[in-house]
Write a protein that binds this ligand. Structure first.
Ligand code: COA
Length: 350
């Protein structure tokens, strides 16, 4: 039976460290508040002009490709997950394909925010299982620091997010106890506006319970998508109802992890490692407690990097593996929850 395995993994985080105290220069916040509510101590911010979502992805990809023992020319498909693309369109996949001088292979961009990497991995898994591709590059990368409201108005969102990238090369395997066992994807659009960035977009106030975001009726035709009004009203930043996200996350994380375990005849105590999307340390700790997992069964690094959305799982997975916390044949679960809402899990043998 053909399964897909992670043949190589890499991560890249920018050099520039932004501590909680550094953020006080821009907004009314404190190290104590951020640590207590989120567990975050510092995060990385990409170089203002020298680094983009795609360039960080390239750095992570180079490492993953080298560790897989192949070259960029061997990659036959790209799946790129991000919510902070270099361009509105085209997506980052084609920029990476061009810059890494890859062949004219398919490049797919995934827009599933914090669940982006889990969704991307699931797509790659299907293509490998069916024998369509042999070396798929799956990436999660984000440059949040360019699109946050750094005034006190935006502090509930801005303090959480950081920049970085992670990548894996997926290959087929027929070995026992190796590769992805199953993937599980879910969504609930009822809460789409609870964690969202509305503009620029084509919504024209159609959704969001009639909440008026901008005067689209009277706007000149050239200002329907992106207008001065949106900028003046600071409507070009992410919006989040933090407590609502928290409440749903602590239900859906355990649910989707248990779904993966049950499907494969396992229980939480069988897990060697859980890599939860690094949304908030308190969420991860709650999930750990719900599942009755020991500290050594869960890996968290949000303290150093903040929430890097689509990049958080591959960065954490890479770091856990580099630190020797994941070994061959280990039972590993990746689980994510985020904007949409969308959530999902991947259960695999390393
Ligand atoms: C965002 C989050 C940390 C906020 O923590 P919370 O305990 O829910 O706090 P609240 O939003 O209720 O705000 C409490 C107070 O802190 C204030 N506050 C918000 N952000 C702040 C900051 N960065 N610094 C200081 N004070 C802040 C609020 O203004 C509010 O003040 P008030 O009581 O005077 O109105 C928390 O809700 C959370 O982590 N939610 C999940 C978010 C998440 O995981 N998002 C990613 C999804 S993938």
């Amino acid at each position: 039976m053909i399964r897909s395995k992670i043949a190589g993994i890499g991560k890249y985080v920018p050099e520039n460290i932004m501590t909680n105290d550094d953020l006080k220069e821009y907004m009314d916040t404190s190290d104590e508040w951020i640590r207590e509510r989120t567990g975050i101590q510092e995060r990385r911010y990409a170089h203002r002009t020298g680094e983009t979502t795609t360039t960080m992805a390239i750095e992570a990809s180079k490492i993953a490709i080298e560790r897989a023992g192949i070259t960029a020319a061997d990659i036959d498909f790209i799946v790129f997950a991000t919510l902070s693309p270099d361009y509105y369109f085209p997506g980052c996949g084609v920029l990476l394909q061009r810059e890494m001088k890859m062949k004219e292979i398919g490049a797919l961009d995934v827009r599933n925010q914090c669940s982006g990497f889990v969704y991307a991995l699931s797509i790659a898994d299907q293509f490998i299982r069916t024998g369509t591709y042999k070396n798929i590059l799956v990436i999660g990368s984000e440059k949040h620091s360019f699109g946050l409201d750094f005034s006190t108005r935006g502090r509930n969102v801005s303090v959480i997010f950081g920049d970085g990238a992670g990548a894996v090369v997926m290959q087929p395997t027929e070995k026992e106890k190796q590769g992805i066992l199953s993937t599980h994807l879910h969504s609930d659009g009822e809460s789409a506006e609870v964690l969202a960035m509305f503009n620029p977009g084509t919504h024209a106030n159609h959704w969001n319970g009639g909440k008026v975001l901008a005067d689209f009726k009277n706007a000149p035709i050239g200002e329907m998508f992106f207008s001065h009004e949106m900028v003046e009203k600071a409507q070009v930043f992410p919006n989040m109802d933090g407590p609502a996200v928290f409440k749903k996350a602590i239900v859906k994380f355990p649910e989707v992890i248990n779904e993966a375990l049950t499907k494969n005849g396992y229980k939480p105590s069988d897990l060697d490692m859980l890599i939860p999307h690094q949304a908030n340390l308190r969420i991860a700790q709650f999930v750990q407690q719900q599942l009755g997992l020991r500290d050594d069964q869960v890996f968290n690094n949000i303290q150093k990097y903040g929430n890097t959305t689509a990049a958080s799982i591959p960065i954490a997975l890479c770091e856990a593996w580099e630190e020797g916390k994941i070994k061959e044949h280990d039972l590993v679960c990746l689980a994510a929850f985020g904007s949409g809402f969308t959530w999902g899990s991947v259960l695999l043998n390393w």
